[in-house]
Design a protein around this ligand. Structure first.
Ligand SMILES: [Mg+2]
Length: 198
């Protein structure tokens, strides 16, 4: 079997394979003055401007990205996908202006997954082909599924995606790995049963 014949599983980084939210909360807490109220996580893009400015400072450090801890839910799914013989490809969003994550994400992947890992950094995940998408962020999931009526998504759980429901999406919260395994097995069987169209 050639590598390009394998079914492709696309893996997000922040909130999937690395714990961006946990690390960001820790970093913001360290920058809090004693008189400020204790930091509470905000839903994405709803932060007050002074918090947003601090987040921009935090994410301007390559070291910060490079040392993000692994996020267990994503790694559980990664293990299943690897064992089933999926081709693993990283699919991660990068900021419009800040070039730091382009370099830092590569370093994180080298360190945690090895230098041979395929990486796609983009502003639009919906452009990218795959049989499976593993991603925690509903707007990216919706965009990707729009062109993929048979695409399957595994969504690592967090507080922000608690209410999101879609028939092609399995929300994985650490307790339903058997469901994830069964869904990925089905994707694999469908992939290899496709007849050539010529
Ligand atoms: Mg994410």
């Amino acid at each position: 079997m050639e590598y390009y014949e394998l079914p492709v599983a696309l893996f997000d980084l922040d909130g999937t394979l690395c714990d961006y939210d946990g690390a960001m909360a820790d970093s913001l807490e360290r920058l809090r003055s004693p008189n400020e109220p204790k930091f509470k996580p905000h839903t994405r893009d709803s932060e007050p401007s002074y918090i947003k400015e601090r987040m921009d400072l935090i994410t301007s450090s390559e070291d910060w990205w490079e040392n993000l801890p692994r996020f267990k839910l994503g790694w559980d799914v990664l293990k299943v996908a690897k064992n089933l013989g999926f081709r693993i490809v990283i699919l991660s969003q990068v900021p419009r202006k800040n070039p730091v994550p382009y370099s830092a994400k590569k370093k994180w992947i080298d360190k945690n997954m090895g230098q041979d890992t395929d990486i796609i950094l983009t502003r639009d995940k919906s452009l990218v082909y795959g049989s499976v998408l593993v991603d925690d962020f509903p707007p990216y999931i919706n965009a990707w599924l729009k062109h993929r009526p048979r695409g399957v998504v595994i969504m690592p759980a967090n507080a922000g995606n608690e209410k999101y429901v879609h028939p092609q999406v399995i929300r994985y919260d650490g307790s339903n790995l058997a469901e994830v395994k069964a869904a990925l097995k089905k994707v694999k069987i469908t992939h290899y049963s496709k007849k050539p169209s010529f």
